[in-house]
Design a protein around this ligand. Structure first.
Ligand code: CTP
Ligand code: MG
Length: 376
């Protein structure tokens, strides 16, 4: 089974209004369509993505093509957009057709459809209606409808490629969705579990609701780090990548950059992926005298690999001397560059321990850090 997600995004969003069609409007920090595309990119059961865009929106095409996504051109109604998208398919066996306007689709809903397609030719998520249903006209309730056996239709709707292509070719008229087209061709469609959060952004109010759903789903991690290095003979110390002249050095296997080590450990902590000693054993001679940015770059690589974004780092250096203040901007700049974050998200501050304890007696430098990661 090879499966393509076909995401239709060629509508004009007339009911939602706004400065641009709804798929291009911002939602929880990124465009609506980016959430939709990411849901399929992050799903292991999806092999390829086709996005259908309106001819007027082709300026956006490159942002998808750069990610290996195929672009097709939309038509005047949804069914035509779907047909144009189907024409862009290659040798895949199955297709999941999804509205770009449903950015909150969960991995479970996608899995439900994929699982059903193992044995069924077609499957789509439905959500049982739980509200009482009325008929109305002119601001008055004119009747009631039995809700038993009624379901709200959702996407993605999944099909065998050959079957849905033939069904679309044979269909006359404009269907609201692809289940309608498939059923008209005599295809039996399995219903899979829908999700109340899988809303279709239709009116302006729906943006706030979708944002709440996505923000609640965010995976936010904080990690802390702590490290100490003793003073020894030398003429400088390395702190957060900055060489500070001093009448002693810091003792350590690597360059003993206590600030960078503690930030590295904070990031490993947020990922729950061990600590610096585990990834770079002091017993290993290749790390002798190593520049500590090697460790930090490794931790940042893991952040990306695991799909997180590093939001913020706060590092506190604890010593009586050398004075950190004059160097803190250079430290922030150096660290922010390695971390690939804005300097406004990289804090370096310092404190003394009022001459108490080992840092107070000038025996060494301690550092602590907090790193915040987020995945949406
Ligand atoms: N769609 C499409 N091509 C069309 C019409 C709709 O690709 N000619 C897509 C929309 O971009 C959306 C999905 O089909 O992702 C569902 O349609 P709908 O919610 O009706 O979106 P719009 O048509 O954009 O909105 P409106 O009807 O309010 O104009
Ligand atoms: Mg529409």
């Amino acid at each position: 089974m090879t499966t393509t997600a076909l995401i239709v995004a060629a509508g004009r969003g007339t009911r939602a209004g706004g400065h641009a069609p709804k798929q291009w409007q911002m939602l929880a920090g990124t465009r609506v369509i980016d959430h939709t595309v990411a849901a399929f990119q992050n799903h292991p059961g999806i092999d390829r993505i086709v996005v259908v865009l309106h001819p007027d929106d082709m300026a956006h095409a490159a942002s998808f093509e750069d990610q290996g996504i195929t672009i097709a051109e939309g038509g005047a109604d949804r069914a035509t957009s779907v047909r144009n998208g189907l024409a862009a398919l290659g040798g895949e066996t199955h297709v999941l057709i999804h509205d770009a306007a449903r950015p909150c689709v969960s991995a479970q809903v996608i899995s439900g459809v994929l699982d059903a397609l193992v044995t069924a030719s077609a499957a789509a998520p439905g959500l049982a209606i739980t509200d009482a249903l009325w008929r109305g006209a002119d601001g008055r309730i004119t009747g009631t409808t039995d809700r038993a056996g009624l379901f709200a239709a959702q996407t993605p709707q999944g099909f065998e490629v050959a079957a849905i292509c033939a069904a679309h070719e044979a269909y006359a008229g404009t269907a609201l969705d692809d289940v309608e087209v498939a059923r008209a061709a005599g295809i039996t469609v399995t219903m899979t579990p829908g999700d109340g959060d899988n809303i279709k952004i239709t009116t302006a109010d729906d943006f706030a609701r979708a944002a709440r759903i996505l923000e609640n789903r965010m995976d936010i991690r904080t990690g802390n780090g702590f490290d100490v290095h003793a003073f020894g003979p030398g003429d400088h110390v390395m702190l957060c990548g900055v060489k500070i002249p001093y009448d002693q050095g810091l003792v350590g296997h690597s360059d003993a950059d206590v600030g960078m080590h503690t930030v590295t450990d904070a990031i490993y902590g947020a990922l729950a992926m061990g600590d610096i000693g585990q990834h770079f054993p002091p017993s290993d001679p290749q790390w002798k005298g190593a520049s500590s940015d090697v460790f930090l770059r490794h931790a940042v690589g893991l952040v990306r690999e695991k799909g997180f974004t590093l939001c913020h780092v706060d590092c506190t250096l604890i010593c009586e001397h050398p004075k950190v203040g004059p160097h803190s901007t250079a430290m922030r700049k150096f660290m922010a560059e390695i971390l690939d974050i804005d300097i406004a998200r990289m804090s370096v501050k310092a404190t003394t321990t009022e001459r108490l304890g080992f840092t107070g007696r000038g025996e060494g430098i301690a550092a602590m850090a907090t790193a915040t990661l987020v995945k949406s």
